[in-house]
Every structure is written in C-alpha cells, then in structure tokens.
Ligand binder design. Sequence first.
Ligand code: GSH
Length: 218
Amino acid sequence: VSTTVEVLYFDIRGRAEPIRLLLEDVGVAYEDKQISLEEWPAIRETTPFRRLPVYTAGDVQIPESFAIMNHLGREHGLLGEDEAARIRCDVTVEAWRDYGNRVANTFGALSKSEADRRAFLETEQPALLADLEAYYLARGTDAPYWAGTAPTIADFAAFHLLEGVANQLPELMVRFGALKEFHDAFAERPRIKAYLTSPRRPAALFYGPDGKIYPRRR
Ligand SMILES: N[C@@H](CCC(=O)N[C@@H](CS)C(=O)NCC(=O)O)C(=O)O
C-alpha cells in the first residue's frame, strides 16, 4: 500500500526546498502542491499555524519545515551515524537556519532599506559564511558532508541556501572555496542533479518586496 505524500507550499523554492531536495534524493514520489499568493487566503485558515510548508503523508500532517525535515530524517536515516555526527547535524541545521532567516529578513517580502541590504551583503553575509565555512572545515573527515561520512538533513539545508549564493552572488561564492566544493559535489548527486534542471523545480527563489525573485544565473 503506498501512502500519498504531499508537500504544500508557495510557487517558489523558499522554505519547502530542503524538503523537496530530500524527497528527490531518497526517491520518494510526492505531490508538490505549489500555490500562488492569490490562492493563499483560502488555504491559510486550513493550516495549523497559518503558514506553509505543510507536509502530508496519509493520516500524518506536519507543519513547520524543520519538524518535517526531522521526521523525514528519522524515516530515511539522515540524522547522523553516531552522536558526534548527530550533534554536528543539529548545529549545522540551526546555524544555516539563522543564516536563512537573516537573508529572508533582509531580502524577503518585508525586506529592509537599500542601506540595510548593502550592509548585509558587504559585512554580515560574508562573516556568516566565513563562520559556516570554518565549521564545515572542522568536520574531521574528507567526506563532502556536514555531519559524518554520510548525508544528513543538514546537507539539504546547507545546499539549498548555498544555491541562493551560487545563483545570486557567484562573486561571493568563489571566496568560500570549501563551501563551493560542498555545493558543487552535492549538486552532482544523480537525483539532485536531475531535479535541479527538471521542470518540477520552482523557478523562483523566494518572494521579494515587489514579487518573485529569480536566479540571476543558472
Ligand atoms: N517556522 C516556519 C515558518 C513558516 C513561514 O514563515 N512560512 C511563510 C512562508 S516562507 C508563510 O507561510 N507566510 C504566509 C503568511 O504568513 O501569511 C517553518 O519553518 O515552516
């Protein structure tokens, strides 16, 4: 008996993208329900926290993107091979989540002034990426993963946010050779590679103040 798996989110990559990447990589068939902002008011009141994404598998409904990631991590053995890897997985997820929230606050729909955006780009973002790269380099293995010698949910979270850097700020990406190496290696995973260029993948990265933000280059 196969359970119907559905990811409900907006028609952008956004907070659903690590979930989509994970499902693609493990080869689970899922329905990717992408709604427009016009459709949202009608759906909003049916969701537990009036937010998306919401994941459904049969009778199981889960809001909160990282509750979904943790659930899928338990199902597919993607939470770390030992306690050291589990700790690194948790730390990596939290650190990239903070980074992602700062990017969203700066460039998203309720984004700040041009001066704040410039300050973020010039100072805060490179500093955050430098810290993340230092953490990645201290992983104590040559394996191209953030936590241990096998993929974890942290890799999907990190890869998604690095996709944003690779697409929008290639000149910043080249300053972080190890992050770029991780990104490029992860992009070569066969199912990830197929997904990245598939029509299934939403073209837009996220919603900015004036509508959807698309990759500068691909
Ligand atoms: N902590 C939540 C945040 C969810 C969230 O902020 N969703 C936004 C889109 S990225 C949303 O649904 N906004 C619509 C609204 O607030 O009306 C998660 O990680 O899933």
